[in-house]
Design a protein around this ligand. Structure first.
Ligand SMILES: C[S@@+](CC[C@H](N)C(=O)[O-])C[C@H]1O[C@@H](n2cnc3c(N)ncnc32)[C@H](O)[C@@H]1O
Length: 688
């Protein structure tokens, strides 16, 4: 585990040779090296050799040093590299190699690095050249993380920091000026200006005698040329509004040069502001794939980690400001040997309750659109599948899962459990192809996330490979697989039911749709573990660190209804909501528990089951996990009471120092199915 000492901030700042540098060092090291290490963990950046391209004073390099074999800290600024070197020495770090130069021509051999980090640098360089270099020095399959700024950052510098720091405001204006020109150039403004200027010159009183034109003449002509073009008007308006009057003069001079000398506009500062589609096009030109982006701090590959506060705001006054991107150098190497543990790892990495957020001015939860599952993860899943051998790998998995099976039913349940454990229900960010379609079964498996249609597609594929007949069945708001076992078509559901819940009829046989048609309620004896539940509406802290609401409401079991209703429309019904315990105590050998009535408009008689145990059931709704533990019901070894009241007061003679209390609300559904499963309340702990 990472345990680098954090050098004192004052000592770091004192390494700066100017006030500006001391401020810079203070700002960059203030979050602490652990913060940077945590950010790298969320990107799953670890292992092999990392290039910190434009490392500055080296905080990312130092933070990365414990998880990479080697880190190359590279920058054009020698005093900053010196700070990196001194800090590494102070901290006893030996695997950070320091080198100076420009990222536009890297001094490293092809395919040297496993990953590249480039934070706050690329907009100061020739971006196409830097990306080409990244592609050259990266190994196939290696990833690049880039953090950069768009227009909002310049607006922020001008408006917020500008009044106290005129130099900073000027950087903001120059950057916007460069970006506006670049965009106009990409849309062909040079050609258009040349054409218009030629026409205007012909009409000018002093004709084509260009050399005799005064500066005022050329300014006027440049202005008229610009304003006669739609693109020119846009450029003129942007420069006038956001860069200021002195830049209008520069704009006219540059327009003149562009139109008459076929030259690029003068850039007094090498800085640009890029939007995601602009960088994406450049990464594709440089040979990368799987581009994905987010506002700063939003990208995550490790869904098990809680989000971290970003370093910068993603938007300023409606303009995208600081943002980040990740992309991959394609890996076309031949498939490696099949290895089950890789699949397990993919599944573990993807299992969590995190919701994917579409970053924007207002953070929104995505639902079932193609962009909700991060493209990078999707592409990685697809590539891993191909690398593992594609369809042949699925054959191997099926063989591994069914080897030793003693019957068709045994093979079927093994495969069902395999898929139940592999695909974690994710109602929000389900993997879909770029055109919104269902991915191939292996990509579904490697993505490890999905909904009923994903599990059904995968189940049918693996059953068929195992030699069983299988087909999809569309139900009310649900899709399942049916598989023929010993001559009977039976249900395989790896979406509503997880963790080894194999449905059986009252006779103990695998459950069929015929059984469900005759007696739908027997389905409700099983815990619907794939249908996520939370007590009431709660806020969720999203990837950007903001709180969002929206999805969890629908996941209350009282809103969802019983599973039987999804299989058979005639069985519609709703369980009561979870009871909320609001008072509990043990005194003079008696246990008193009170709860709020779990009123359910749809059911008349709500009854309560109060279970008191000496051990915890081991899970909470806030972090229910996906493992077997959620199948554990409340312990009732100390006391168990059924009541229609909202209070119990019972004698307790247990010696356990702690008691665990749950209350479960039940309704009239128990009359048609006495074993109906109802979710228990959050567990409370009573210390004696
Ligand atoms: C805003 S700082 C970011 C530094 C560091 N990555 C961080 O997160 O603190 C920008 C850095 O880019 C470096 N830089 C600018 N142009 C460069 C180039 N062409 N090649 C290498 N480094 C460059 C600067 O020297 C500076 O240290």
């Amino acid at each position: 585990m990472f345990a680098l000492p954090e050098p004192p901030l004052d000592a770091i700042a004192s390494l700066g040779h100017s006030e500006y540098e001391r401020d810079f060092l203070r700002r960059e090291f203030e979050p602490g090296l652990q913060y940077y290490a945590d950010r790298l963990r969320r990107l799953m950046f670890a292992g092999g050799r990392l290039l910190d391209a434009g490392c500055g004073a080296g905080q990312w390099s130092l933070a990365a040093s414990p998880v990479f074999e080697r880190v190359d800290a590279f920058d054009i600024n020698l005093p900053r590299l010196d700070v990196t070197r001194r800090l590494a020495r102070q901290l006893g770090i030996r695997n950070v190699a320091i080198a100076a130069g420009s990222i536009e021509s890297l001094p490293y051999a092809p395919e040297s690095f496993d990953a590249i980090l480039c934070y706050g640098v690329i907009v100061f360089t020739d971006i196409a050249a830097a990306l080409e270099q990244f592609n050259r020095v990266l190994k196939p399959g290696g990833r690049v993380y880039v953090c950069l700024s768009a227009d909002g950052w310049s607006h922020f510098l001008i408006r917020e920091r500008g009044p106290a720091e005129p130099r900073v405001a000027d950087i903001g204006r120059q950057t916007l000026y460069n970006a506006y020109w670049r965009r106009a150039s990409q849309r062909g403004i040079a050609r258009q200006l040349r054409r218009v200027l030629a026409q205007l010159r012909e009409m000018h009183p002093r004709g084509a005698a260009l050399r005799r034109l005064t500066a005022t003449d050329s300014q006027q002509l440049a202005r008229r040329s610009l304003l006669s073009l739609e693109l020119g008007q846009q450029l003129f308006g942007q420069v006038e509004s956001f860069c200021g009057p002195e830049f209008v003069t520069k704009l006219l001079a540059d327009a003149w040069v562009v139109a008459t000398d076929d030259a690029a506009p003068q850039r007094s500062l090498k800085a640009d502001a890029l939007l995601p589609n602009e960088l994406e096009a450049l990464t594709e030109q440089a040979g990368f794939e799987a581009f994905q982006w987010s506002i700063e701090g939003g990208l995550t590959c490790d869904w098990l980690q809680p989000p971290l506060a970003p370093k910068y705001e993603g938007y300023y006054e409606g303009h995208l400001s600081v943002w980040e991107a990740m992309f991959v150098k394609p890996d076309t190497r031949p498939a490696a040997a099949a290895d089950l543990s890789r699949h397990e790892l993919a599944a573990i990495a993807a299992r969590s309750g995190r919701l994917f957020l579409e970053p924007g001015e207002v953070t929104v939860l995505s639902n079932a659109s193609v962009d909700t599952f991060p493209r990078e993860l999707f592409e990685r899943a697809r590539r891993i599948g191909v690398r593992l051998g594609g369809s042949k790998y699925l054959d191997l998995l099926v063989k591994a899962a069914t080897t030793g099976a003693t019957s068709e039913a045994d093979a079927m349940t093994r495969l069902l459990e395999f898929v139940q454990r592999s695909i974690f229900r994710d109602p929000v960010s389900q993997p879909l192809t770029a055109d919104g379609g269902m991915p191939d079964p292996l990509t579904i498996l490697m993505s490890a996330r999905g909904r009923c249609s994903h599990t059904t597609a995968l189940l049918i594929d693996v059953f068929t490979r195992a030699g069983l007949e299988a087909r999809p069945r569309q139900l009310t708001n649900h899709v399942i697989a049916e598989v023929k076992v010993d001559g009977r078509w039976v249900i395989a559901d790896a979406d509503a039911f997880k963790n080894g819940i194999v449905l059986r009829n009252r006779g103990g046989q695998l459950l069929s749709l015929d059984d469900v048609r005759d007696d739908p309620y027997q389905l409700d004896r099983y815990q619907p573990t794939g249908w996520w539940i939370r007590p009431g509406s709660r806020f969720t802290t999203g990837a950007t660190g903001r709180q969002v609401t929206g999805y969890v409401d629908a996941l209350d079991p009282a809103e969802r209804g019983f599973v039987s209703g999804y299989y058979n429309a005639s069985a519609r019904g709703y369980p009561p909501p979870l009871p909320l315990i609001d008072h509990f105590e043990v005194s003079s050998g008696r246990l008193i528990v009170e709860w709020k009535p779990a009123r359910d408009q749809r059911s008349r008689d709500v009854r309560y089951r109060v279970a008191v145990g000496s051990a915890s059931r081991g899970w909470t709704y806030d972090a229910p996990g996906m493992g077997d533990q959620i199948r554990r019901t409340p312990q009732r070894d100390v006391c168990y009471v059924e009541t229609a009241e909202t209070r119990v007061d019972v004698p307790i003679d247990a010696t356990a120092p702690r008691l665990y209390v749950s209350v479960t609300a039940c309704n009239e559904r128990v009359e048609v199915e006495p074993e109906t499963f109802f979710w228990p309340s959050e567990e409370v702990v009573v210390d004696r």
